[in-house]
Ligand binder design. Structure first.
Ligand code: DQA
Length: 142
């Protein structure tokens, strides 16, 4: 089983950006954590992070017939991007939306998630463990 792990804008600054909300783990720490969890499950993971919407669309498209699942934290594009929603719908790869914080309990503008309707599940507010839970969930649906 191969899962693509996609992170959107500003998540490369994990550990630096608003640590009171997103914690002190860095992006590199997050990748290590996911890598070792995936290894223990015998799951292959590929990572992608970009601050650019079109690049994220390209990455989602690249999973077509190549990956068995997507774990995506679209970050701020969650709340704005119909293009990411359409990309997930287009490839038909089972996708789990992850958020480190719980956007529903923050500002009003974070309450909309366009991508959610194309996802098999959304995991919010579980910190970086949410990524691991998303992998477990995709595995359980196989
Ligand atoms: C986030 C929540 C979003 O609202 C925000 O724009 C982010 C991170 C999260 O992981 O909690 O960049 O997706």
């Amino acid at each position: 089983m191969k899962i693509m792990i996609i992170n959107g804008p500003n998540l490369n600054l994990l550990g630096v950006r608003e640590p009171e909300i997103y914690g002190r783990e860095t992006y590199a720490d997050l990748l290590d954590k996911i890598r070792s969890h995936a290894k223990s499950l015998g799951v292959e993971v590929e990572f992608y992070q970009s601050n650019h919407e079109g690049d994220l669309v390209d990455c989602i498209q690249s999973t077509y017939r190549r990956c068995d699942g997507i774990v995506i934290n679209p970050a701020a594009y969650t709340h704005t991007s119909i293009a990411l929603l359409d990309a997930v719908k287009s490839v038909g790869v089972p996708t789990v939306e992850v958020h480190i914080s719980n956007p529903d309990s923050r500002e009003e503008f974070r309450r909309v998630s366009y991508i959610r309707q194309a996802c098999v599940a959304s995991i919010c507010g579980h910190g970086t463990n949410g990524y691991l839970e998303a992998i477990d969930l995709l595995l359980s649906k196989r």
